[in-house]
Design a protein around this ligand. Structure first.
Ligand code: DX5
Ligand code: ZN
Length: 218
């Protein structure tokens, strides 16, 4: 079985018909849900009530990416609501170890996200507490931005740290992932790929996922 996973971001989907939009991507491994609070990032999207509704309708588990202040308070609620994976930003977390444990004990995979300029090295010892590291390849806040090649060395270093620890930690990337950029991300060691505009901006979103997966399986 391939280890490549594709998580289409509904940020680029039609919010007036979310149930149909998630049903339109049966090839997805996850449905990526971008929660933004207009404080941690300068944009506002959706929150817990919408996630609670999507959990009931989505054929794939939800991969919630929380771009919010005070994730210590809010993130466990997303796990309790039935999200399969809940990712908080380390820049916003007060107690990342306690938070990761709370997410796991509420039944979800625990992810920790890093903005493009946040180094991974200070968090190496946290790897056993985590199921996924999300390395942002754009500044979080908006879909459709240009991929930041400057982050590629950090993806490689994160892959090395994960391999050295020998754990089952996934390495997700998010931002500007497309047919043009996915191969170099896979070569750098990423294995879970978020794509918003490259999937929902395509004429056939499911075909776009299948193509991205093929390109990443190198
Ligand atoms: C951006 C979000 C992303 C966004 C990616 O802050 O975290 O998940 O939807 O969109 P694309 O793939 O268009 O860069
Ligand atoms: Zn995201």
């Amino acid at each position: 079985m391939s280890s490549v996973q594709i998580s289409p971001s509904i940020l680029s989907a039609d919010f007036s018909r979310l149930a149909q939009e998630v049903a339109a991507v049966p090839s997805a491994d996850w449905i990526h849900v971008d929660v933004m609070d207009n404080h941690f990032v300068p944009n506002l999207t959706l929150g817990l009530p919408v996630v609670e509704a999507l959990v009931k309708t989505s054929p794939r588990p939800l991969d919630c990416h929380l771009m919010i202040e005070d994730p210590d308070r809010w993130a466990p609620g997303y796990a309790e609501a039935g999200a399969g994976s809940v990712t908080f930003h380390v820049e916003a977390a007060r107690a990342p170890i306690r938070l990761a444990r709370a997410i796991r004990s509420a039944g979800a995979r625990a992810g920790m996200a890093l903005k493009p300029a946040t180094p991974i090295e200070p968090y190496e010892d946290l790897l056993p507490e985590l199921d996924m590291i999300l390395v942002m390849t754009v500044e979080p806040g908006f879909g459709g931005q240009k991929f930041l090649d400057v982050v590629l060395p950090k993806i490689r270093r994160t892959r090395q740290l994960i391999d050295r620890h020998g754990g089952e930690v996934w390495l997700q990337i998010d931002g500007g992932v497309s047919a043009e950029t996915i191969e170099r991300c896979a070569a750098a060691g990423a294995d879970v790929f978020v794509a918003g505009s490259a999937v929902y901006g395509a004429e056939d979103p499911d075909a776009a996922i299948r193509k991205l997966r093929e390109q990443a399986e190198i």
